[in-house]
Design a binder for this molecule. Structure first.
Ligand SMILES: [Zn+2]
Ligand SMILES: [Zn+2]
Length: 584
Protein backbone atom coordinates (compact mmCIF):
# COMPACT_ATOMS: atom_id res chain seq x y z
CA UNK A 1 0.00 0.00 0.00
CA UNK A 2 0.96 3.63 -0.34
CA UNK A 3 3.12 4.95 2.45
CA UNK A 4 1.46 7.13 5.05
CA UNK A 5 2.20 10.83 5.26
CA UNK A 6 4.05 10.40 8.54
CA UNK A 7 6.33 7.72 7.07
CA UNK A 8 6.86 9.88 4.02
CA UNK A 9 7.81 12.80 6.26
CA UNK A 10 10.27 10.69 8.25
CA UNK A 11 11.95 9.43 5.09
CA UNK A 12 12.11 12.80 3.44
CA UNK A 13 13.45 14.52 6.56
CA UNK A 14 16.20 11.91 6.72
CA UNK A 15 17.25 12.88 3.19
CA UNK A 16 17.88 16.41 4.46
CA UNK A 17 19.89 15.06 7.39
CA UNK A 18 21.94 12.93 5.00
CA UNK A 19 22.80 16.06 3.00
CA UNK A 20 23.94 17.80 6.20
CA UNK A 21 26.12 14.81 7.13
CA UNK A 22 27.65 14.70 3.66
CA UNK A 23 28.41 18.43 3.68
CA UNK A 24 30.22 18.03 7.00
CA UNK A 25 32.53 15.54 5.26
CA UNK A 26 32.82 17.35 1.91
CA UNK A 27 31.76 20.99 2.35
CA UNK A 28 31.99 21.71 -1.38
CA UNK A 29 29.85 18.79 -2.50
CA UNK A 30 27.15 19.79 -4.99
CA UNK A 31 23.63 18.69 -4.13
CA UNK A 32 21.12 17.13 -6.53
CA UNK A 33 17.72 15.95 -5.33
CA UNK A 34 16.72 13.92 -2.26
CA UNK A 35 13.33 12.24 -2.73
CA UNK A 36 11.50 9.49 -0.87
CA UNK A 37 11.33 6.00 -2.40
CA UNK A 38 9.25 2.99 -1.41
CA UNK A 39 11.68 1.66 1.18
CA UNK A 40 13.38 4.87 2.29
CA UNK A 41 15.10 7.74 0.54
CA UNK A 42 18.14 8.79 -1.42
CA UNK A 43 20.12 11.93 -2.13
CA UNK A 44 22.30 12.67 -5.18
CA UNK A 45 25.68 14.36 -4.78
CA UNK A 46 28.59 15.49 -6.91
CA UNK A 47 31.61 15.20 -4.67
CA UNK A 48 34.67 17.41 -5.01
CA UNK A 49 38.18 16.26 -5.98
CA UNK A 50 37.19 12.78 -7.04
CA UNK A 51 36.13 11.78 -3.53
CA UNK A 52 33.71 8.87 -3.25
CA UNK A 53 32.39 7.75 0.11
CA UNK A 54 33.68 4.42 1.45
CA UNK A 55 31.46 1.98 3.39
CA UNK A 56 33.10 3.44 6.52
CA UNK A 57 32.01 6.92 5.44
CA UNK A 58 28.42 5.69 4.99
CA UNK A 59 28.47 4.41 8.56
CA UNK A 60 29.83 7.81 9.59
CA UNK A 61 26.95 9.60 7.83
CA UNK A 62 24.45 7.35 9.58
CA UNK A 63 26.03 8.08 12.95
CA UNK A 64 26.03 11.82 12.31
CA UNK A 65 22.36 11.65 11.26
CA UNK A 66 21.45 9.77 14.43
CA UNK A 67 23.07 12.54 16.48
CA UNK A 68 21.01 15.14 14.63
CA UNK A 69 17.84 13.11 15.23
CA UNK A 70 18.50 13.04 18.97
CA UNK A 71 19.30 16.73 19.06
CA UNK A 72 15.73 17.64 18.10
CA UNK A 73 16.39 19.90 15.10
CA UNK A 74 13.46 21.80 13.63
CA UNK A 75 12.35 22.03 10.00
CA UNK A 76 11.37 25.60 9.28
CA UNK A 77 9.88 26.46 5.89
CA UNK A 78 9.49 29.79 4.14
CA UNK A 79 8.63 31.04 0.69
CA UNK A 80 11.37 32.87 -1.19
CA UNK A 81 11.56 34.85 -4.42
CA UNK A 82 13.44 33.43 -7.39
CA UNK A 83 16.20 36.04 -6.94
CA UNK A 84 16.65 35.19 -3.26
CA UNK A 85 16.70 31.48 -4.04
CA UNK A 86 19.38 32.03 -6.67
CA UNK A 87 21.50 33.92 -4.12
CA UNK A 88 21.08 31.24 -1.46
CA UNK A 89 22.06 28.44 -3.85
CA UNK A 90 24.73 30.42 -5.73
CA UNK A 91 27.36 27.66 -5.54
CA UNK A 92 24.92 24.84 -6.26
CA UNK A 93 24.49 24.34 -10.04
CA UNK A 94 21.89 21.57 -9.74
CA UNK A 95 19.75 23.56 -7.36
CA UNK A 96 19.99 26.53 -9.78
CA UNK A 97 18.88 24.22 -12.55
CA UNK A 98 15.80 23.29 -10.50
CA UNK A 99 15.12 26.93 -9.60
CA UNK A 100 15.16 27.87 -13.30
CA UNK A 101 12.79 25.07 -14.10
CA UNK A 102 10.38 25.99 -11.29
CA UNK A 103 10.58 29.63 -12.36
CA UNK A 104 9.57 28.60 -15.88
CA UNK A 105 6.54 26.78 -14.47
CA UNK A 106 5.63 29.88 -12.46
CA UNK A 107 5.71 27.94 -9.19
CA UNK A 108 6.36 29.35 -5.73
CA UNK A 109 9.70 28.43 -4.22
CA UNK A 110 9.99 27.16 -0.67
CA UNK A 111 13.08 26.64 1.40
CA UNK A 112 13.39 24.51 4.51
CA UNK A 113 15.97 25.26 7.15
CA UNK A 114 17.34 22.59 9.50
CA UNK A 115 20.05 23.92 11.80
CA UNK A 116 22.27 25.93 9.46
CA UNK A 117 21.34 23.87 6.40
CA UNK A 118 18.89 25.18 3.85
CA UNK A 119 17.37 23.12 1.08
CA UNK A 120 15.08 23.92 -1.80
CA UNK A 121 12.09 21.72 -1.17
CA UNK A 122 8.33 21.58 -1.44
CA UNK A 123 7.92 20.14 2.03
CA UNK A 124 6.58 17.11 3.83
CA UNK A 125 8.87 16.91 6.89
CA UNK A 126 8.67 16.10 10.55
CA UNK A 127 8.47 19.25 12.63
CA UNK A 128 11.17 18.10 14.99
CA UNK A 129 13.78 15.42 14.24
CA UNK A 130 12.90 13.78 17.57
CA UNK A 131 9.82 12.41 15.79
CA UNK A 132 12.17 10.13 13.82
CA UNK A 133 12.83 6.80 15.60
CA UNK A 134 16.64 6.72 15.85
CA UNK A 135 16.83 2.97 15.15
CA UNK A 136 14.45 2.96 12.18
CA UNK A 137 16.87 3.98 9.44
CA UNK A 138 20.20 3.00 7.95
CA UNK A 139 22.42 4.16 5.08
CA UNK A 140 22.90 1.21 2.77
CA UNK A 141 24.84 1.83 -0.44
CA UNK A 142 25.73 4.15 -3.28
CA UNK A 143 25.11 3.97 -7.01
CA UNK A 144 25.85 6.18 -10.02
CA UNK A 145 22.93 8.23 -11.33
CA UNK A 146 22.84 10.82 -14.10
CA UNK A 147 21.47 14.22 -13.20
CA UNK A 148 17.81 14.19 -14.21
CA UNK A 149 18.25 10.62 -15.48
CA UNK A 150 19.84 11.72 -18.76
CA UNK A 151 23.09 10.25 -20.06
CA UNK A 152 23.93 13.66 -21.49
CA UNK A 153 24.28 15.04 -17.97
CA UNK A 154 26.85 14.70 -15.20
CA UNK A 155 27.02 11.36 -13.37
CA UNK A 156 26.28 11.91 -9.67
CA UNK A 157 26.65 9.63 -6.66
CA UNK A 158 23.35 8.50 -5.22
CA UNK A 159 23.41 7.53 -1.55
CA UNK A 160 20.54 5.26 -0.48
CA UNK A 161 18.97 4.86 2.93
CA UNK A 162 16.31 2.52 4.27
CA UNK A 163 13.79 4.05 6.65
CA UNK A 164 10.63 2.77 8.33
CA UNK A 165 8.23 3.78 11.05
CA UNK A 166 10.02 1.71 13.69
CA UNK A 167 13.19 -0.26 14.34
CA UNK A 168 11.14 -3.46 14.18
CA UNK A 169 9.75 -2.57 10.77
CA UNK A 170 13.29 -1.89 9.54
CA UNK A 171 14.49 -5.25 10.87
CA UNK A 172 11.67 -7.18 9.28
CA UNK A 173 12.32 -5.42 5.96
CA UNK A 174 16.01 -6.37 6.18
CA UNK A 175 15.04 -9.99 6.88
CA UNK A 176 12.74 -9.93 3.88
CA UNK A 177 15.61 -8.63 1.71
CA UNK A 178 17.88 -11.38 2.96
CA UNK A 179 15.21 -14.01 2.28
CA UNK A 180 14.64 -12.51 -1.18
CA UNK A 181 18.36 -12.82 -1.93
CA UNK A 182 18.24 -16.54 -1.10
CA UNK A 183 15.22 -16.99 -3.35
CA UNK A 184 16.54 -14.84 -6.20
CA UNK A 185 14.96 -16.37 -9.32
CA UNK A 186 18.08 -15.63 -11.39
CA UNK A 187 20.13 -17.81 -9.04
CA UNK A 188 17.45 -20.54 -8.73
CA UNK A 189 16.76 -20.40 -12.48
CA UNK A 190 20.34 -21.46 -13.08
CA UNK A 191 20.48 -24.05 -10.28
CA UNK A 192 17.21 -25.69 -11.30
CA UNK A 193 18.05 -25.44 -15.01
CA UNK A 194 14.96 -23.43 -15.88
CA UNK A 195 16.19 -20.56 -18.06
CA UNK A 196 19.23 -18.64 -19.24
CA UNK A 197 20.05 -15.29 -20.82
CA UNK A 198 23.06 -15.18 -23.15
CA UNK A 199 24.92 -12.21 -24.53
CA UNK A 200 24.88 -13.59 -28.11
CA UNK A 201 21.08 -13.40 -28.12
CA UNK A 202 20.74 -10.30 -26.01
CA UNK A 203 19.78 -8.79 -22.71
CA UNK A 204 16.17 -9.22 -21.65
CA UNK A 205 15.61 -12.16 -24.04
CA UNK A 206 15.45 -15.28 -21.85
CA UNK A 207 15.64 -18.83 -23.26
CA UNK A 208 14.01 -21.75 -21.46
CA UNK A 209 15.54 -25.18 -20.90
CA UNK A 210 13.20 -28.21 -21.01
CA UNK A 211 12.33 -27.90 -17.31
CA UNK A 212 11.61 -24.19 -17.60
CA UNK A 213 9.56 -24.78 -20.75
CA UNK A 214 7.57 -27.45 -18.89
CA UNK A 215 6.88 -25.03 -16.07
CA UNK A 216 5.72 -22.44 -18.61
CA UNK A 217 3.49 -24.91 -20.41
CA UNK A 218 1.94 -26.13 -17.16
CA UNK A 219 1.10 -22.59 -16.11
CA UNK A 220 -0.25 -21.66 -19.54
CA UNK A 221 -2.28 -24.86 -19.76
CA UNK A 222 -3.89 -24.06 -16.40
CA UNK A 223 -4.86 -20.62 -17.67
CA UNK A 224 -6.15 -22.08 -20.90
CA UNK A 225 -8.41 -24.54 -19.04
CA UNK A 226 -9.75 -21.76 -16.83
CA UNK A 227 -10.55 -19.71 -19.90
CA UNK A 228 -12.16 -22.51 -21.83
CA UNK A 229 -14.65 -23.21 -19.07
CA UNK A 230 -15.61 -19.52 -19.07
CA UNK A 231 -16.26 -19.32 -22.79
CA UNK A 232 -13.08 -17.64 -24.03
CA UNK A 233 -12.04 -18.53 -27.59
CA UNK A 234 -8.47 -18.92 -28.78
CA UNK A 235 -7.36 -16.82 -31.73
CA UNK A 236 -3.93 -16.43 -33.35
CA UNK A 237 -2.13 -13.33 -34.60
CA UNK A 238 1.22 -12.65 -36.32
CA UNK A 239 4.04 -10.89 -34.45
CA UNK A 240 4.63 -8.05 -36.91
CA UNK A 241 2.34 -5.49 -38.48
CA UNK A 242 2.28 -2.57 -40.86
CA UNK A 243 2.51 0.77 -39.07
CA UNK A 244 -0.99 1.55 -40.39
CA UNK A 245 -2.43 -0.54 -37.54
CA UNK A 246 -0.72 1.64 -34.94
CA UNK A 247 -1.74 4.82 -36.73
CA UNK A 248 -5.34 3.73 -36.26
CA UNK A 249 -4.83 2.66 -32.65
CA UNK A 250 -2.86 5.78 -31.73
CA UNK A 251 0.10 3.82 -30.40
CA UNK A 252 2.53 5.46 -32.84
CA UNK A 253 1.96 8.79 -31.08
CA UNK A 254 1.51 7.65 -27.51
CA UNK A 255 3.57 4.49 -26.99
CA UNK A 256 7.33 4.75 -26.71
CA UNK A 257 8.52 1.18 -26.02
CA UNK A 258 8.32 0.14 -29.70
CA UNK A 259 11.35 -0.96 -31.69
CA UNK A 260 12.43 0.85 -34.84
CA UNK A 261 10.39 -0.47 -37.78
CA UNK A 262 11.78 -2.54 -40.66
CA UNK A 263 10.98 -1.94 -44.31
CA UNK A 264 9.00 -4.58 -46.18
CA UNK A 265 7.70 -3.71 -49.67
CA UNK A 266 8.21 0.01 -49.00
CA UNK A 267 6.06 -0.12 -45.85
CA UNK A 268 7.13 0.28 -42.23
CA UNK A 269 6.53 -2.92 -40.29
CA UNK A 270 6.71 -3.06 -36.50
CA UNK A 271 7.33 -5.96 -34.16
CA UNK A 272 4.27 -5.87 -31.92
CA UNK A 273 4.74 -4.47 -28.39
CA UNK A 274 1.10 -5.29 -27.48
CA UNK A 275 -1.78 -7.23 -29.00
CA UNK A 276 -4.84 -5.04 -28.62
CA UNK A 277 -4.82 -3.51 -32.13
CA UNK A 278 -4.52 -6.96 -33.76
CA UNK A 279 -7.52 -8.17 -31.74
CA UNK A 280 -9.52 -5.08 -32.76
CA UNK A 281 -8.90 -5.76 -36.45
CA UNK A 282 -9.91 -9.38 -36.10
CA UNK A 283 -13.22 -8.40 -34.50
CA UNK A 284 -13.78 -5.75 -37.16
CA UNK A 285 -13.48 -8.16 -40.08
CA UNK A 286 -16.61 -10.09 -39.06
CA UNK A 287 -20.17 -8.91 -38.65
CA UNK A 288 -21.47 -9.19 -35.08
CA UNK A 289 -25.01 -9.20 -33.78
CA UNK A 290 -26.05 -8.22 -30.25
CA UNK A 291 -27.01 -11.85 -29.68
CA UNK A 292 -23.49 -13.22 -30.00
CA UNK A 293 -21.93 -10.64 -27.67
CA UNK A 294 -19.86 -10.83 -25.54
CA UNK A 295 -17.12 -12.04 -27.89
CA UNK A 296 -14.24 -13.27 -25.73
CA UNK A 297 -11.03 -13.58 -27.75
CA UNK A 298 -7.82 -14.80 -26.15
CA UNK A 299 -4.29 -15.54 -27.25
CA UNK A 300 -1.08 -16.34 -25.40
CA UNK A 301 1.52 -14.55 -27.49
CA UNK A 302 4.89 -12.87 -27.15
CA UNK A 303 5.41 -9.11 -27.37
CA UNK A 304 8.64 -7.18 -27.77
CA UNK A 305 9.25 -3.98 -25.88
CA UNK A 306 12.17 -1.66 -25.60
CA UNK A 307 13.03 -1.62 -21.92
CA UNK A 308 16.17 0.31 -20.99
CA UNK A 309 19.13 -2.04 -20.53
CA UNK A 310 19.76 -0.76 -17.00
CA UNK A 311 16.24 -1.78 -15.99
CA UNK A 312 16.34 -5.37 -17.26
CA UNK A 313 16.38 -8.05 -14.60
CA UNK A 314 16.12 -11.84 -14.98
CA UNK A 315 12.57 -12.77 -15.90
CA UNK A 316 10.88 -9.93 -14.05
CA UNK A 317 11.90 -7.20 -16.52
CA UNK A 318 12.43 -8.50 -20.05
CA UNK A 319 12.28 -7.36 -23.66
CA UNK A 320 10.34 -10.43 -24.87
CA UNK A 321 7.24 -10.93 -22.77
CA UNK A 322 4.45 -13.40 -23.31
CA UNK A 323 0.96 -12.30 -22.34
CA UNK A 324 -2.09 -14.40 -21.58
CA UNK A 325 -3.97 -11.68 -23.37
CA UNK A 326 -7.69 -11.45 -23.72
CA UNK A 327 -10.03 -8.88 -25.22
CA UNK A 328 -13.72 -9.05 -24.60
CA UNK A 329 -16.09 -7.14 -26.87
CA UNK A 330 -19.28 -6.49 -24.94
CA UNK A 331 -22.49 -4.56 -24.96
CA UNK A 332 -22.45 -1.79 -22.34
CA UNK A 333 -25.07 -3.67 -20.30
CA UNK A 334 -22.76 -6.72 -20.06
CA UNK A 335 -19.69 -4.99 -18.60
CA UNK A 336 -20.41 -5.81 -15.01
CA UNK A 337 -21.12 -9.47 -15.69
CA UNK A 338 -17.95 -9.78 -17.79
CA UNK A 339 -15.76 -8.23 -15.15
CA UNK A 340 -17.33 -10.48 -12.51
CA UNK A 341 -16.36 -13.45 -14.66
CA UNK A 342 -12.78 -12.16 -14.81
CA UNK A 343 -12.63 -11.53 -11.06
CA UNK A 344 -13.85 -15.08 -10.49
CA UNK A 345 -11.11 -16.47 -12.71
CA UNK A 346 -8.38 -14.34 -11.12
CA UNK A 347 -9.38 -15.58 -7.67
CA UNK A 348 -9.41 -19.22 -8.74
CA UNK A 349 -6.11 -19.02 -10.63
CA UNK A 350 -4.22 -17.39 -7.78
CA UNK A 351 -5.59 -19.86 -5.25
CA UNK A 352 -3.84 -22.53 -7.37
CA UNK A 353 -0.56 -20.78 -6.64
CA UNK A 354 -1.28 -20.31 -2.96
CA UNK A 355 -1.71 -16.54 -3.32
CA UNK A 356 -4.82 -15.36 -1.54
CA UNK A 357 -3.67 -12.09 0.04
CA UNK A 358 -4.25 -9.29 -2.44
CA UNK A 359 -5.81 -5.91 -2.96
CA UNK A 360 -7.09 -4.09 -6.02
CA UNK A 361 -5.73 -0.80 -7.28
CA UNK A 362 -8.17 1.25 -9.33
CA UNK A 363 -5.98 3.24 -11.71
CA UNK A 364 -7.59 6.49 -12.75
CA UNK A 365 -6.57 9.27 -15.13
CA UNK A 366 -4.75 12.41 -14.05
CA UNK A 367 -7.68 14.81 -14.31
CA UNK A 368 -5.33 17.79 -14.55
CA UNK A 369 -3.35 16.51 -17.53
CA UNK A 370 -5.75 15.88 -20.41
CA UNK A 371 -3.07 15.65 -23.15
CA UNK A 372 -2.05 12.25 -21.86
CA UNK A 373 -5.31 10.55 -22.78
CA UNK A 374 -7.53 9.88 -25.76
CA UNK A 375 -11.30 10.01 -25.42
CA UNK A 376 -13.75 12.45 -23.86
CA UNK A 377 -14.23 13.24 -20.16
CA UNK A 378 -17.71 11.72 -20.27
CA UNK A 379 -16.41 8.42 -21.52
CA UNK A 380 -13.70 8.41 -18.85
CA UNK A 381 -16.09 9.25 -16.04
CA UNK A 382 -18.41 6.41 -17.05
CA UNK A 383 -15.58 3.91 -17.22
CA UNK A 384 -14.02 4.98 -13.92
CA UNK A 385 -17.33 4.90 -12.08
CA UNK A 386 -18.16 1.46 -13.46
CA UNK A 387 -14.88 -0.02 -12.19
CA UNK A 388 -15.23 1.62 -8.80
CA UNK A 389 -18.74 0.20 -8.40
CA UNK A 390 -17.73 -3.35 -9.32
CA UNK A 391 -14.78 -3.41 -6.93
CA UNK A 392 -16.80 -1.99 -4.04
CA UNK A 393 -19.35 -4.75 -4.55
CA UNK A 394 -16.74 -7.51 -4.03
CA UNK A 395 -15.80 -6.29 -0.58
CA UNK A 396 -12.10 -6.76 -1.45
CA UNK A 397 -9.45 -4.35 -0.22
CA UNK A 398 -8.83 -1.59 -2.74
CA UNK A 399 -7.19 1.77 -3.25
CA UNK A 400 -7.57 4.42 -5.91
CA UNK A 401 -4.52 5.73 -7.76
CA UNK A 402 -4.72 8.90 -9.81
CA UNK A 403 -2.51 9.25 -12.89
CA UNK A 404 -1.95 5.48 -13.21
CA UNK A 405 -4.38 4.76 -16.07
CA UNK A 406 -3.30 3.77 -19.58
CA UNK A 407 -3.83 6.42 -22.22
CA UNK A 408 -6.96 4.66 -23.51
CA UNK A 409 -8.75 3.68 -20.34
CA UNK A 410 -8.86 3.22 -16.57
CA UNK A 411 -7.90 -0.17 -15.11
CA UNK A 412 -7.88 -2.54 -12.18
CA UNK A 413 -4.51 -3.87 -11.07
CA UNK A 414 -4.29 -6.76 -8.66
CA UNK A 415 -1.51 -6.55 -6.11
CA UNK A 416 -0.61 -9.93 -4.62
CA UNK A 417 1.46 -10.58 -1.53
CA UNK A 418 4.01 -13.40 -1.94
CA UNK A 419 5.35 -15.88 0.64
CA UNK A 420 7.78 -13.31 2.08
CA UNK A 421 5.35 -10.41 2.10
CA UNK A 422 6.36 -8.59 -1.07
CA UNK A 423 3.67 -7.00 -3.24
CA UNK A 424 3.51 -7.84 -6.95
CA UNK A 425 1.24 -6.32 -9.52
CA UNK A 426 0.04 -9.29 -11.55
CA UNK A 427 -3.44 -9.34 -13.12
CA UNK A 428 -4.90 -6.38 -15.00
CA UNK A 429 -8.39 -5.60 -16.21
CA UNK A 430 -8.78 -2.55 -18.36
CA UNK A 431 -11.91 -0.87 -19.62
CA UNK A 432 -11.63 0.73 -23.02
CA UNK A 433 -14.18 3.01 -24.64
CA UNK A 434 -11.60 4.49 -26.96
CA UNK A 435 -10.13 1.77 -29.17
CA UNK A 436 -13.60 0.66 -30.37
CA UNK A 437 -14.08 4.26 -31.49
CA UNK A 438 -10.75 4.47 -33.31
CA UNK A 439 -11.29 1.14 -35.06
CA UNK A 440 -14.93 1.97 -35.77
CA UNK A 441 -16.06 -1.33 -34.24
CA UNK A 442 -19.73 -2.14 -34.05
CA UNK A 443 -22.44 -4.73 -33.62
CA UNK A 444 -25.98 -4.80 -34.91
CA UNK A 445 -28.67 -4.37 -32.25
CA UNK A 446 -32.32 -5.49 -32.18
CA UNK A 447 -33.43 -2.48 -34.20
CA UNK A 448 -30.80 -3.26 -36.85
CA UNK A 449 -28.71 -0.25 -35.76
CA UNK A 450 -24.93 -0.20 -35.59
CA UNK A 451 -23.78 0.15 -31.96
CA UNK A 452 -20.28 0.54 -30.52
CA UNK A 453 -19.16 -2.34 -28.30
CA UNK A 454 -17.01 -1.79 -25.22
CA UNK A 455 -13.62 -3.52 -25.07
CA UNK A 456 -12.24 -5.03 -21.87
CA UNK A 457 -8.54 -5.91 -21.92
CA UNK A 458 -7.51 -8.56 -19.47
CA UNK A 459 -4.36 -10.50 -18.51
CA UNK A 460 -4.46 -12.82 -15.51
CA UNK A 461 -0.76 -13.67 -15.21
CA UNK A 462 0.37 -10.36 -16.66
CA UNK A 463 3.35 -11.84 -18.46
CA UNK A 464 4.34 -15.48 -18.30
CA UNK A 465 8.02 -14.63 -17.85
CA UNK A 466 7.51 -12.19 -15.02
CA UNK A 467 4.95 -14.45 -13.40
CA UNK A 468 7.45 -17.34 -13.50
CA UNK A 469 10.10 -15.12 -11.92
CA UNK A 470 7.68 -14.22 -9.14
CA UNK A 471 6.61 -17.87 -8.64
CA UNK A 472 10.20 -19.15 -8.50
CA UNK A 473 10.82 -16.71 -5.64
CA UNK A 474 7.43 -17.24 -3.99
CA UNK A 475 8.05 -21.01 -3.74
CA UNK A 476 11.84 -20.64 -3.40
CA UNK A 477 12.02 -23.27 -6.19
CA UNK A 478 9.94 -25.76 -4.15
CA UNK A 479 7.08 -25.87 -6.64
CA UNK A 480 3.88 -27.63 -5.66
CA UNK A 481 3.49 -31.05 -7.20
CA UNK A 482 1.21 -29.89 -10.04
CA UNK A 483 3.78 -27.29 -11.15
CA UNK A 484 6.99 -29.28 -10.69
CA UNK A 485 8.78 -29.98 -13.99
CA UNK A 486 9.76 -33.40 -12.59
CA UNK A 487 7.18 -34.75 -10.15
CA UNK A 488 8.72 -38.09 -9.27
CA UNK A 489 12.30 -39.31 -9.46
CA UNK A 490 12.99 -43.04 -9.35
CA UNK A 491 16.25 -44.32 -7.88
CA UNK A 492 16.94 -48.07 -8.06
CA UNK A 493 19.27 -49.09 -5.22
CA UNK A 494 21.50 -50.94 -7.67
CA UNK A 495 21.64 -52.22 -11.25
CA UNK A 496 19.74 -55.33 -10.20
CA UNK A 497 16.54 -53.33 -9.76
CA UNK A 498 16.67 -51.25 -12.94
CA UNK A 499 14.20 -53.48 -14.73
CA UNK A 500 11.57 -53.02 -12.01
CA UNK A 501 12.36 -49.30 -11.83
CA UNK A 502 11.77 -49.04 -15.57
CA UNK A 503 8.40 -50.76 -15.19
CA UNK A 504 7.40 -48.30 -12.43
CA UNK A 505 8.57 -45.39 -14.57
CA UNK A 506 6.46 -46.53 -17.52
CA UNK A 507 3.35 -46.88 -15.37
CA UNK A 508 3.77 -43.43 -13.83
CA UNK A 509 4.36 -41.89 -17.26
CA UNK A 510 1.26 -43.67 -18.51
CA UNK A 511 -0.72 -41.97 -15.75
CA UNK A 512 0.53 -38.57 -17.02
CA UNK A 513 2.94 -38.11 -14.14
CA UNK A 514 6.20 -36.35 -14.99
CA UNK A 515 8.79 -38.90 -13.96
CA UNK A 516 12.53 -39.40 -14.32
CA UNK A 517 14.59 -42.52 -13.72
CA UNK A 518 18.15 -42.03 -12.48
CA UNK A 519 19.98 -45.32 -13.08
CA UNK A 520 23.41 -43.71 -13.44
CA UNK A 521 26.49 -45.31 -11.86
CA UNK A 522 26.63 -42.79 -9.00
CA UNK A 523 26.14 -44.10 -5.48
CA UNK A 524 22.58 -44.09 -4.13
CA UNK A 525 23.55 -41.41 -1.59
CA UNK A 526 24.80 -39.11 -4.33
CA UNK A 527 21.73 -39.68 -6.50
CA UNK A 528 19.47 -38.84 -3.55
CA UNK A 529 21.44 -35.63 -2.95
CA UNK A 530 21.06 -34.64 -6.62
CA UNK A 531 17.31 -35.28 -6.56
CA UNK A 532 17.05 -33.14 -3.41
CA UNK A 533 18.95 -30.20 -4.91
CA UNK A 534 16.60 -30.46 -7.88
CA UNK A 535 13.76 -30.06 -5.33
CA UNK A 536 11.85 -33.03 -6.80
CA UNK A 537 8.60 -33.51 -4.80
CA UNK A 538 8.72 -37.34 -4.62
CA UNK A 539 11.76 -39.62 -4.59
CA UNK A 540 11.12 -43.34 -5.02
CA UNK A 541 13.92 -45.63 -3.82
CA UNK A 542 13.44 -49.16 -5.17
CA UNK A 543 15.25 -52.30 -3.95
CA UNK A 544 14.77 -55.96 -3.03
CA UNK A 545 11.80 -55.39 -0.73
CA UNK A 546 9.85 -53.37 -3.31
CA UNK A 547 10.56 -55.79 -6.17
CA UNK A 548 9.41 -58.79 -4.13
CA UNK A 549 6.01 -57.41 -3.21
CA UNK A 550 5.61 -54.99 -6.12
CA UNK A 551 5.36 -51.82 -4.00
CA UNK A 552 7.13 -48.46 -3.87
CA UNK A 553 8.66 -46.50 -1.01
CA UNK A 554 8.40 -42.76 -1.46
CA UNK A 555 10.01 -39.84 0.30
CA UNK A 556 8.20 -36.53 -0.02
CA UNK A 557 10.22 -33.30 -0.31
CA UNK A 558 8.79 -32.03 2.97
CA UNK A 559 10.04 -35.14 4.82
CA UNK A 560 6.81 -37.17 4.85
CA UNK A 561 7.15 -40.89 3.99
CA UNK A 562 4.99 -43.35 2.11
CA UNK A 563 6.37 -46.80 3.01
CA UNK A 564 5.77 -49.86 0.87
CA UNK A 565 2.59 -48.70 -0.82
CA UNK A 566 1.13 -50.51 -3.81
CA UNK A 567 2.05 -48.73 -7.05
CA UNK A 568 -1.57 -48.08 -8.04
CA UNK A 569 -2.26 -46.53 -4.64
CA UNK A 570 0.77 -44.27 -5.03
CA UNK A 571 -0.42 -43.23 -8.49
CA UNK A 572 -3.94 -42.41 -7.34
CA UNK A 573 -2.62 -40.52 -4.27
CA UNK A 574 -0.41 -38.21 -6.25
CA UNK A 575 -2.84 -37.85 -9.16
CA UNK A 576 -5.31 -36.48 -6.65
CA UNK A 577 -2.68 -34.09 -5.27
CA UNK A 578 -1.98 -32.90 -8.81
CA UNK A 579 -5.59 -32.33 -9.86
CA UNK A 580 -6.52 -30.55 -6.63
CA UNK A 581 -3.35 -28.43 -6.89
CA UNK A 582 -2.43 -29.26 -3.34
CA UNK A 583 0.21 -27.04 -1.76
CA UNK A 584 2.19 -28.65 1.05
ZN1 LIG B 1 12.44 18.65 2.14
ZN1 LIG C 1 -5.25 -5.03 -24.82
Amino acid sequence: MEQTDSLHNIRHSLAHLLAIAVLEKDPSAKLGIGPVIDNGFYYDFEFSNGYTPTPEDLKGFEKAMRKMVNKGLLFEGREVSVDDAKKIFAGQPYKLDLINELEGEGKNLTIYKTGEFEDLCKGGHVENTKEIPADAFTITHTAGAYWRGSEKNQMLTRIYGLAFESGEALDSYKKQLEEARKRDHRKLGKELELFTIVDEIGAGLPLFYPKGALLRKTIEHFISEQQKKRGYQDIWIPHITKGTLYEISGHLDKYDAMYTPMKIDEHDYYVKPMNCPHFMMLYKTLQHSYKELPVRYTCTTTNYRYEKSGELSGLTRVRSLTQDDCHVFTRPDQIEEEIDLMLDMIKEVYAGFGLSDFYVRISLRDSKNKDKYIGSDDVWDTAENALRGIVKKTGWKYEEAEDEAAFYGPKLDFMFKDAIGRQWQLSTIQLDFNLPERFDLNYIDEANEKIRPVVIHRAVLGSTERFMGVMIEHFAGNFPLWLSPVQVKILPISEKYVEYAEKVRAELANADIRVELDDSNESLGKRIRIAKTEKVPYILVLGEKEVEVGTVTAERRDGAHLDAVALDVFISTITKEITTKEIW
